[in-house]
Ligand binder design. Sequence first.
Ligand code: RAM
Length: 358
Amino acid sequence: MPKSVIRRSCAALAAGTSLALALTACGGTTKDDVKADNAAATAGKADPNAATKKGLTVGFLPKQVNNPYFTSADKGGRQALTELGSAYKEVGPSSATDTSGQVGYVNTLTQQQVDAMAVSAQDPGALCTALKQAMSNGIKVVTYDSDTTPGCRNAFVSQAGAEDLGRTEVQLLAEQIGYKGEIAILSAAQTATNQNTWIGFMKDELKDPKYKDIRLVEIAYGNDDAQQSFQQTQGLLQEHPGLKGIICPTTVGIKAAAQYLSGAKYKGKVKLTGLGTPNDMRKYVKNGTVDAFELWDPAKLGDLAARTAVALASGQISGREGESFRAGGTTYTIGKDGVINLGRPTVFDAKNIDRFDF
Ligand code: RAM
């Protein structure tokens, strides 16, 4: 029996039984098997001229389903799939710190034998085994927004260069506080791959001598939960009365922090920047709490994740560096480690915010 048939029949078995049982029945996949399968998944020869398949099913698994950022992103994915003649489904946890929940959803999508999945990982390592299992069942895996590690997916659709994002957030805040004073970061979950990568670049940017009078005093975590982020902002200001600015590289965090600052004596005095949606932040830009912040269009990120998933499932790309494909009228080339960049972020301020609606 060819290997792909064995894989499918194992997946079919998984659909009817519990995954754990099915995996055992499938001869206890060893680590080496998974490695080999995974290598095969990306090493397969891509044919850029292959026809775009229709009738595929792509499952979206965001970090958190009730987060407006992912609502926009996944809507972009759904629209792209409808346009391409394929089906969309979405599963996912309601908390951004439910890693085991995310693993369960990967297994659910595998059992349902979707053709591809687009995943925003809450944690870089936790999903790896489940994602490799999905790939060894012939399912194409795209991460979007927040990556796992390169061996655990076929490609990562990144919202913007991570380095650009990290450095520009420091640059935005430094200008706002006149290159002087204590600053803090209010992030999402402590394990989040995307936020941690950006924070790494923020720290590196701060090493430049032009920031010698700026001191990063704390990194707090609001877990992409509005209430926790609000309380963490309050805590930062209590512990560091001299705080001059906060960077929030999360849409949930920056909105909650703006809400706290706008109602407190700190409004306009403690500067706030980071990543937010124009619709969440408009009010705070207009009332003088926030000068400028940035983001990409989440719907375009979801759109590109869906189109990448379909290109992989159609055999047009395999996820290897240097391969190119067309997505919605643009040609994208896969970079190092299977990363595909959506583009550059947009900075929003009082002058341009009304031109955006997301
Ligand atoms: C939150 C999530 C997401 C991140 C945005 C900026 O919605 O943490 O992963 O990309 O913020």
